[in-house]
Design a protein around this ligand. Sequence first.
Ligand SMILES: *Cc1c(COP(=O)(O)O)cnc(C)c1O
Length: 566
Amino acid sequence: MPLQAFLSRTHIAYFTMEIAIRPEIHSYSGGLGILAGDTARSCADLDLPIVFVSLVSRAGYFRQEIDADGRQAEVPDWWEVDRWCSPLNAMIAVEIEGRQVWVRPWLYLQTGIRGNQIPILLLDTDLDQNSKEDRALTDYLYGGDDTYRLKQEIILGIGGVRLLRALGFDIHTHHLNEGHAAFLTLELLNRYRVAPEDLAPGEELYDIPEVRSQCVFTSHTPVEAGHDRFAYDLVERSLPAFVDPPTLKKLAGADSLNMTRLALNLSDYVNGVAERHAETTERMFPGYRIHAVTNGVHLGTWAHPEFAALYDAQFPHWRHEPEVLVRALQLPEDAIAECHLAAKADLVQLVQAATGAALDPEAMTVCFARRMTGYKRPLLLFDELDRLKAIAGKYPMQVVIAGKAHPRDDEGKEAIRRLYALAAELRGQITCVFLPGYDMALAATLVAGADVWLNTPLPPLEASGTSGMKAALNGVLNCSVLDGWWIEACIDGVTGWSIGDSPGDAAADGQATSELYDKLEFTILPLFYTDRAAWRAMMKQSIANVASYFNTHRMMRRYATEAYLR
Ligand SMILES: *Cc1c(COP(=O)(O)O)cnc(C)c1O
């Protein structure tokens, strides 16, 4: 079995509903999956003793198609599982609704910079042994209704723990990447059930401290809808009498099963994904100690090839020790300018191929690419069209937009329609294009090819954000509301720009809009067009201050020493 080499050394298991392994593998939807993928890549580079567990999501999240009026259609996004992964000869069953649902893993080996590998297991129920309905349980990431979702989370958490054991892993630490994986704690409770003869009256049925000592939980969102809740009658139908019902209610909430609460109560170490987010989470869930480990990105994955070559030449060890990028101030400015020109040319070409629109390679290009949903405020840049047109009349400006709306997020879909209409309305004054199908590959071109990376979420709802970190690595300057990671990274006028002067400032739409327009008109655009040397100096500051710190190598070294090796 190809796993043999990993069994004795691997003691940490990372559970995640989604993971962006490579563009051809569609088992991710957005930021959470990208983070999991970047985490796996850093773990492989650092040779950590870890295994990743996720679902195979054969039909992906969805492929985004948009018609001429800006209406989004969601198309299944099947991928070739057997082209990228090998089947493992092991199977376990989980009882769901009284039926045995069989689960089998696919193995993907993630190779690190020094050639060493770590295993990623993708769980699959598309097996002859299963009913037609159960075979489809690992098809659609975040698809279907609550019942489908609940079953997927059962397969991930309970199925994942059982499979690791069946394969021969001896896991000491389970890392729950978001609450989706919290059912793994129930499987562990059963493993540490106190024998009836040892049970004193009034004592817990389970060794809860033991379970807690084995679990690490990372929470990823302050948005209420991001925390899964399931009705107890639904849970009871799917998982009849799996754990003692009063214990479950004590751990997961009295009224409905809250996956975040379950994870909080059964994890010894809990963290948010930026300092601000940890504070917000402590306020949302009083009584829990929430640590902060700020997210990062895997630099080797997100550096444009020209920048990667420059870093390879100047800082040979940057892929292992990204901190050396702090010396980016020594980079020759024309080398940086050339790398950026190449990255921007790639973007111009991609926009041409995808939409037929011709971007001007000399004009300042603002990119806004993120999930299309209310709190990200995708329309904020266009709130006062006359002012925007007047600014663009003084200084040419072009805008590239991308992002998917969740199939049930009508507000997000409406924003896409509105953006299409705005692009048509602005034609001739501001070139504004929407690129369908935001994914890992498209993101790589956008984060390197833009001049300015725009981010306008409603504070404090952006837990961290990572796309701006990818941009900074490529010398692209961030202009963002002070929320999430940017609070820690922004030195206004040095590493990029803030919208508003202090965290929380840009909460009201009108205020955020006028501060954004002021920044563009009086600071960003004049600098771009009249002081190229100062702009390039900022590009270097961005690389030195942002990329050297906001990377998944630093992040995983922290998880390893503070969360895993307690
Ligand atoms: C990096 C990335 C994200 C997450 O970035 P945010 O800043 O949180 O929006 C989402 N989707 C894709 C495809 C990405 O590459």
